[in-house]
Structure formats: C-alpha cells, structure tokens
Write a protein that binds this ligand. Structure first.
Ligand code: SF4
Ligand code: SF4
Length: 362
C-alpha cells in the first residue's frame, strides 16, 4: 500500500519559501511541478477577490479570525488531560455516532486505521497553529477513526465561485473543528487518547477514510459524494484508541452514474477534472490537475466550488430512485434528465446574499 506524503500535496508545495532548504530539497526530486508551483506561491485570496476595496474591508474580516478560533480549539483539546478509563460496552459505536451528530455532524462512520491510512510526513501546513512540522514523521498511533461530514449551505454554494462560496466553506471548516474538538474532549474524558484533525493539521487524507466509512462514494470531482448532499460537505475526523465496531464502504452505483453525468467536468472553468480513472490503494479516484484548479482559485479569490455546485447530488436528487439506480443505466439517465430539467447544466444564482449586500435586504 502506498503511503500518502503530505509534502506532495499542492498546499504544502506552494507553501514552501522559494530558495529555502526545504524548497531546494523538494524540487531537486520533483522538478516537473516547480514552474507551475512557483507561479502560485504565497498568493493572497483577499487581493485576488474580484470585489471593491470597501467590500473587502467590510466582509473579508467575517472569516479572518477563523484560524485563531481553530487554534484555540486545537490547543484546548491537546492540553486536556486523559481521565480514568471507562469500559466501553458492545454496540457503543452507535452511541458514538449519535453523540457526534449531537455535536453538529451531518453523518458519521467509523473505520479501522492502519499505517497506510496516515500521511507518512507532515507538509508544514500548521503555521496558523504556531506548529512547525514540515518533514516530521507522523506516528500512526491511533487505531480507530471516527469520520464525519458537515454539510455546507446550498444557498451560499449556489453563488460559487463568488464570495459566498468561501464563506460557507470556511464556516464548515470551523464547524468541523468544533465537532472534532468536542468529540475528542469527550473521548479523553472517558480515558481514551484522541486527536481531532482540523483544516490546519491533518494526520491523514480524509476522502479515502470517508469512503471507507461508508459516508459516500468518490465522484469524478475526486470529492466524497454523499447521497443526500452530494459533495456539498466538508469532512472531519477524530482518531482515537477506543476500539469500536466499524462500517463498510457503500456502492450505490456512483462510478457508472458519473460516466453518464460528467457535469463537474463540463462546468469546471479550468478544465482540471478528467474522466480517467486513477486507482489509489484500491479506491477509484480520477486524474486531476490540481495546479490549474488552484490557479483558478487565485483568480476568483475563493476556492471556486463550481464542481460542487454542478453535482446533481448537491442540488438534491430523488433518493428513492437512487436506491434502485445501481446497474440500471436507464434509471441513471432518467435521474440526470430530471436534474437538467429542473436545474439546467449548472445551478447558479447570480444575486448576492444579504450577508454581503450593503444595506442588507433592500
Ligand atoms: S474547484 Fe473549480 S476549478 Fe477546481 S476542479 Fe472544481 S470547478 Fe474546477
Ligand atoms: S457532477 Fe456528476 S460526474 Fe461529477 S461527481 Fe457529481 S455525479 Fe459525478
């Protein structure tokens, strides 16, 4: 099994300081991405946002302190001392799922973690937590992953690629950190060491784990696509040494559905999505151009989200038909036709939401 290395991810690559020891070392081994990565290095989303200076002055601070909030959650969780161990009864996995939902998760699944679930090394993405970890080995010490989704706001996502998209994405990252922190605190209070992954510090890539946990399948967008909310969700994960019964991946026929749909690929403004399969550790992903995708983000000043907005599952789809669509190409075609009739090729709402309209409702 291939181990993922966070240093190879786009965010880690473009976070490297040009000319630094880490930069020289990385690109001596990875020459082919250097020129493209250099063009994307250290770009400010605030500057890139296509809005007036007044707009940026008033509305960018809505999310400017999210990382500070996440830092506090992280530090509180890490500092919290383990309490005396409580014996866990059989079937407690169901309680854990309900408790995670109580804390704010939309859906929850549980997986067994092994060495290859984890990144091999940190990619140095935790600057906002005042943690310097670039190149440090990751200790695969937790054996159970509690993986959850938090859904984003569809009204906001349907404004993608405009500022509302960034607002709902950032909101979801913050909620993920909150749910994870509360769950980790709870597990530690029962005497089980636990770690909450958050947008500033991951021990593992979460899409494969969310797939393993049965929360959805991997779509052509390379996102987790859930039946109920499509890819309009963010993923969180708490790793723990509490032993719990685990879930299994689901197969509702998404691989075949994506072949017929391809709306994310068609609508992607940077042509980053492809229909070509890419197998990673036995899970089907798709070839994807992360550089051209991020390049578009630097032009919109948001993280785009058009692929999320384009997905029929994001917009809501007949779940009764979805239950029967596997191995039924005609039903898949019918679902796509229904979607196109209601939403067109892409559901996009032009007018700003009141939250960023000066003077609000008028
Ligand atoms: S975020 Fe935008 S640019 Fe990136 S893959 Fe999705 S649609 Fe394409
Ligand atoms: S938009 Fe269509 S092709 Fe893309 S992930 Fe969603 S269902 Fe699959």
């Amino acid at each position: 099994m291939k181990k993922y290395d966070e240093r190879e991810t786009l965010f880690s690559r473009i976070g490297l300081e040009k000319g630094s020891k880490e930069y020289l070392e990385f690109y001596s081994k990875n020459k082919d991405t250097k020129v493209d990565d250099d063009s994307l290095r250290r770009i400010s989303f605030r500057n890139a946002l296509r809005k007036s200076d007044k707009f940026k002055e008033l509305f960018f601070p809505i999310i400017a302190n999210n990382k500070l909030y996440i830092k506090n959650l992280h530090e509180m969780t890490e500092k919290y001392e383990l309490k005396e161990k409580v014996t866990i009864p059989k079937g407690f996995n169901d309680n854990i799922k309900e408790i995670t939902k109580y804390y704010g998760a939309t859906d929850v699944g549980i997986v067994k973690l092994n060495d290859s679930s984890y990144y091999s090394h940190f990619g140095g993405l935790s600057e906002s937590l005042d943690i310097e970890n670039y190149g440090k080995l990751i200790d695969a010490k937790y054996k159970t992953g509690i993986i959850f989704t938090v859904k984003m706001d569809l009204e906001f996502m349907n404004r993608a690629p405009h500022y509302e998209e960034l607002l709902t994405t950032e909101q979801a990252y913050l909620r993920v950190a909150e749910v994870g922190a509360r769950l980790a605190l709870y597990l530690k209070s029962l005497g089980y060491d636990s770690f909450s992954n958050n947008s500033e510090l991951y021990l593992a890539p979460l899409v494969p784990l969310a797939y393993d946990a049965g929360l959805g399948e991997i779509g052509m967008s390379n996102h987790l696509v859930t039946r109920e909310y499509g890819d309009n969700v963010r993923i969180g994960a708490v790793f723990t040494n509490m032993e719990l019964d685990t879930d299994k991946p689901v197969d509702f026929g998404l691989v075949d559905f994506c072949k017929k749909c391809a709306l994310c690929l068609i609508n992607c403004p940077s042509h980053s999505i492809s229909h070509l399969p890419r197998m990673v550790n036995g899970r089907q992903f798709y070839k994807f151009d992360d550089t051209s995708c991020f390049d578009l983000w630097t032009k919109t000043g948001t993280d785009c989200g058009v692929c999320i907005q384009s997905c029929p599952f994001t917009q809501g789809i007949d779940l009764e038909k979805v239950k029967r669509m596997k191995n039924n190409p005609e039903l898949m075609k019918e679902l796509i036709k229904d979607h196109l009739e209601i939403h067109g090729r892409r559901k996009y709402t032009k007018n700003d939401l009141n939250i960023v309209k000066i003077g609000g409702k008028k």
